[in-house]
Write a protein that binds this ligand. Structure first.
Ligand SMILES: Cc1cc2nc3c(=O)[nH]c(=O)nc-3n(C[C@H](O)[C@H](O)[C@H](O)COP(=O)(O)OP(=O)(O)OC[C@H]3O[C@@H](n4cnc5c(N)ncnc54)[C@H](O)[C@@H]3O)c2cc1C
Length: 186
């Protein structure tokens, strides 16, 4: 009979991948099930520098170092700050792949409609310690979530942009706000 892993993680977004990283670094055998591609959800790919208190951001995953930000309200600049390292724009897929290196990844969708009994087809997934559900907001069973709409648009431009500055725009005509990240890799 096949030995059960210590942990099974459903979902290889930042939460599932971080859990897998910590558990596998502590010597546990971890299997991760991801229904899509790890880290494929829309994202600005920005991480604050404080993340390095917990996990080193490998140099080859860093696309840009962010050294400033500007905040706009209704199109007017209301705050700006430059000069210190705020964080990074990273290649998120590569970063998540790195976090998963100590685990075994299966690109399979898991039926978690009964969260106490996650299944692939008729097989129930079982771990010696725990099954960890990290499906993100969108992957949660319908009854357990509210829907929050988010739109991501990636523009290619030939104009020169400041690569090390992030802009955050609030507009009272809109619910929510929007970011302008200088680079998101794709
Ligand atoms: C437009 C936008 C931009 C953002 N930009 C940033 C940013 O720059 N920096 C930042 O830190 N945060 C950003 N965020 C927030 C960030 O994306 C979320 O906080 C983060 O993705 C949550 O991680 P998670 O692992 O919980 O879920 P997710 O990232 O949603 O990952 C869940 C994973 O589980 C998989 N999955 C779901 N159900 C199943 C299933 N049943 N079986 C198998 N696999 C399953 C999904 O395919 C997915 O890969 C942004 C969010 C949005 C909407």
């Amino acid at each position: 009979m096949e030995e059960k892993p210590d942990f099974i993680v459903v979902g290889a977004g930042p939460a599932g991948a971080a859990f897998a990283y910590y558990a596998s670094s502590s010597g546990y055998r971890v299997e991760v099930y991801e229904g899509s591609e790890p880290g494929s959800k829309p994202c600005g790919w920005a991480v604050p520098v404080q993340i390095e208190k917990y996990v080193k951001v490998p140099g080859d995953t860093v696309l840009t170092e962010i050294r400033g930000f500007r905040v706009y309200l209704d199109g007017k600049l209301v705050h700006e700050h430059y000069g210190s390292l705020w964080g990074y724009i990273i290649d998120k897929r590569l970063f998540i792949t790195r976090l998963l290196e100590g685990s075994t990844l299966y690109k399979r969708y898991v039926d978690i409609s009964n969260p106490y009994s996650p299944r692939i087809g008729s097989s129930r997934l079982e771990a010696r310690e725990r099954v960890v559900l990290a499906p993100g907001l969108v992957g949660l069973p319908r009854a357990a979530r509210e829907t929050i709409m988010a739109v991501q648009q990636i523009f290619r431009t030939r104009d020169v942009v400041e690569e090390d500055v992030v802009e955050i725009w609030f507009d009272r005509e809109l619910v929510g706000y929007y970011w302008v990240f200088p680079r998101s890799g794709e």
